[in-house]
Every structure is written in structure tokens, then in C-alpha cells.
Design a protein around this ligand. Structure first.
Ligand code: PMP
Length: 357
């Protein structure tokens, strides 16, 4: 606290990211990074962009990246917005599109940055309970008479549960709320879900947000994008251009373009993670864990006989870091990022030892 702070700062509750420990030899399964590296072509493009041209500002519109994304997803460039990680894209969307007189609706168990942005931008919100099986119920997001949202946001697959909503249910929500923006945060969709990007031509109220941090293994580059009707994108551009003209630097634009163009590497590296995830789910189930069905690059699991916090602490003693949330209804769960086959084997061995198997 300081008397020099703006008044609003006193009331903020900032987001707490998963830790990035400085120790070597950790099995780091806590922040849903991709276990295999980015496209070698992306690395090469970043190296090539490391030149004297860095004395010049980057393209404020990142047109090359929008063109590459437009081609990959069958869109027009004016249906795309890019930002410094999807967190920045989300932040601009909260300001530009989700702030209305009526409350913003989102699940009570979800990406914990959403309430933080609500706090930052003063957005009234309603948190809707997940079903008993930890799924998001589409029915809960349909307007009932005058009880309708100002806007809706949820991740699909949801985080930290990993559960996927069928694309038909996503479209039902979008269609039923034609007067409100529905933002689908598809940070993890490439690991097993159908993207709602294919729906945006039919629904001018749908915004879909993606990140390069997970399926494209470029968390360190900080690139995310939104796809939607050109008028939604225009609102995002207005906010972005009132905040930072150059959110993507030259290296990020070059690396992201090359990543989008390397479809083979993208497909193959996602396929490997999905195969490892499915094997890990089987192994943990055999150890007695209850594992929620996951369409993401992480799993959410609890053991009926062992406390979640205690298991996380035991793993940490063995230099294995997973994520544990001290929150109602999920404090018995561990969120475990799918690592390499070797990392997952180390994890399973450690859990066997901890459980005395
Ligand atoms: N959405 C969800 C659901 C996430 O889990 C994350 C990662 N913490 C993000 C968005 C943000 O990812 P990034 O800013 O790295 O693009």
C-alpha cells in the first residue's frame, strides 16, 4: 500500500500465474506448456528476424500474421485480431465487448483470470455453478425471459477441468444469445475439440480466442488471436490502439507466421501430446485416481484416499511440480500438464511410491 497509488489499485486482486521455478531438473507439469519445442521453422524465422531491422518498429497491425491466420482458418484478415498472448486479447475483449449494464456470465470454476479482469474494468458478473460432473451445462447459459446476460465467456475445453462442451451446445448458446457477445476461449481446443471458428460467419456475436502458448509451443513468444465478425474485431482494434500500438514485436510476428505455416509440425506435436495424455489417464486410473475426461493438454484428477494438497506437496519433494487450487469443490484435485512420455513415467513412478503401491 502506498499513498502514491491510484485509488483503483488498492481494490485489485491480481491473477497469480503458476510458478516458473528457477531450479534445474524439475519435472514441470504445472502451467500447461507443450512438452515438445515449437516448429523448427518458427525458430529459424525468429533467428532471421534478429537483424538490424530491429531498430525499426514492427508492423502495428501484424498484417503478415493476420494473412497467415486468415489462410489457415479460411477467414478474411479483418475477422482477425492479434495480441501479446491471449491474456492480452482477452483483456481487450473484456474492455471492448464484455462490459455492459447486465452482468457477464461465466462458470464458477474456470480460468481464474476472468474475475481479475472484471475487477480491473469494473464489470459486474455472475458465476454459474458447474454441474456435479464438473461440466458446463449449456442450458444454464440460455436466457430465461428477462434474465439474460450482458455477455458470456467460457473456455472450451474448460480450465482447469479439461472438460469439453460439444460444438452443437456451443452454437445453441451463441444462437440463443444473439443480443450478447459470446466469447469462447479455445486455449486448449487443438488437443481434442472442434473449434467454434467455423461458426463465426453465421453468428456476428461470436468471438473465438486462441493462443500460441499451448498447441504451438510458443508460450515464451507471447502471441494470441481472436476470430470473429469484423465489427467485433474493430472494437478490439479501437481498444488496442488506445493502449499499445505495437503489442507484437518483430520476432513474435516472424515466429508466429512460420508456426502457422508449419501445419505438419503442429499436427504431429499435438498428436503426440494426445497419445501421452490418453496413456497417462489409463495409468492414473489404474492407481485409483478419478480422472475427469480431458480434451486438453492437461488432466484434472483426484484420489479418493489422499488429500490433493498433500499429494502435490509429496510430488514437490520429488521435484515434480503440478498445480493445486485451494478453491471450493476442486481442492482435492491435481491439475497435471501432459509432459513427455519420460516425464509422465517419472510422475507415475512417484505416485506409486507415494500411494505405497
Ligand atoms: N485462456 C486459458 C483458459 C488459459 O488457461 C490460459 C493460460 N494460462 C490463457 C487463456 C492465456 O494464455 P496466453 O496468455 O499464454 O496466451
Amino acid at each position: 500500500m502506498s499513498r502514491y497509488w491510484s485509488a483503483v489499485v488498492h481494490g485489485l486482486t491480481p491473477y497469480v500465474p503458476g510458478e516458473q521455478p528457477k531450479m534445474d531438473n524439475l519435472v514441470k507439469l504445472n502451467t500447461n506448456e507443450h512438452p515438445y519445442g515449437p516448429s523448427p521453422k518458427a525458430l529459424e524465422a525468429i533467428r532471421a528476424a534478429t537483424s538490424d531491422a530491429l531498430r525499426l518498429y514492427p508492423d502495428p497491425n501484424a498484417d503478415a500474421l493476420k494473412a497467415a491466420l486468415a489462410k489457415r482458418y479460411g477467414l478474411q484478415p479483418d475477422q482477425l485480431f492479434v495480441g501479446n498472448g491471449s491474456d492480452e486479447v482477452l483483456a481487450h475483449a473484456f474492455m471492448a465487448l464484455l462490459r455492459h449494464d447486465r452482468p457477464l456470465w461465466f462458470p464458477d470454476i474456470t480460468y481464474s483470470f476472468y474475475p481479475v479482469y472484471c475487477g480491473l474494468y469494473g464489470i459486474d458478473h455472475r458465476m454459474i455453478a458447474l454441474a456435479d460432473d464438473y461440466s458446463i451445462r449449456a442450458e444454464d447459459y440460455l436466457p430465461q425471459g428477462d434474465d439474460r446476460p450482458g455477455a458470456i465467456i467460457f473456455p472450451n475445453p474448460n480450465a482447469p477441468t479439461g472438460r469439453l462442451m460439444a460444438i452443437a451446445d456451443v452454437e445453441r448458446i451463441v444462437a440463443a444469445n444473439a443480443d450478447a457477445v459470446v466469447l469462447i476461449d479455445e486455449a486448449y481446443v487443438d488437443f481434442g475439440g472442434d473449434s467454434a471458428i467455423g461458426l463465426i460467419d453465421r453468428h456476428p456475436n461470436l468471438l473465438v480466442v486462441h493462443t500460441f502458448s499451448k498447441s504451438r509451443s510458443l508460450a515464451g513468444l507471447r502471441v494470441g488471436f481472436a476470430a470473429g465478425h469484423a465489427s467485433l474485431i474493430e472494437a478490439l482494434e479501437r481498444v488496442k490502439n488506445s493502449f499499445n500500438s505495437y503489442p507484437l514485436d518483430r520476432l513474435a510476428i516472424a515466429g508466429a507466421v512460420a508456426s502457422v505455416e508449419d501445419e505438419t509440425h503442429f499436427q504431429e506435436s499435438c498428436r503426440k501430446v494426445v497419445a501421452t495424455r490418453d496413456a497417462l489417464v489409463e495409468q492414473l486410473t489404474a492407481l485409483g485416481f478419478e480422472v475427469l475426461p480431458s480434451a486438453a493438454n492437461f488432466i484434472f484428477a483426484r484420489h479418493p484416499l489422499r488429500d490433493g494438497a498433500e499429494l502435490a506437496a509429496e510430488l514437490r519433494k520429488r521435484a515434480i511440480i503440478v498445480r493445486h487450487f485451494k478453491a471450493p469443490r476442486i481442492d482435492q484435485f491435481l491439475r497435471i500438464t501432459v509432459g513427455t512420455d519420460e516425464q509422465c513415467a517419472v510422475l507415475v513412478d512417484a505416485l506409486e511410491a507415494i500411494l505405497g503401491r
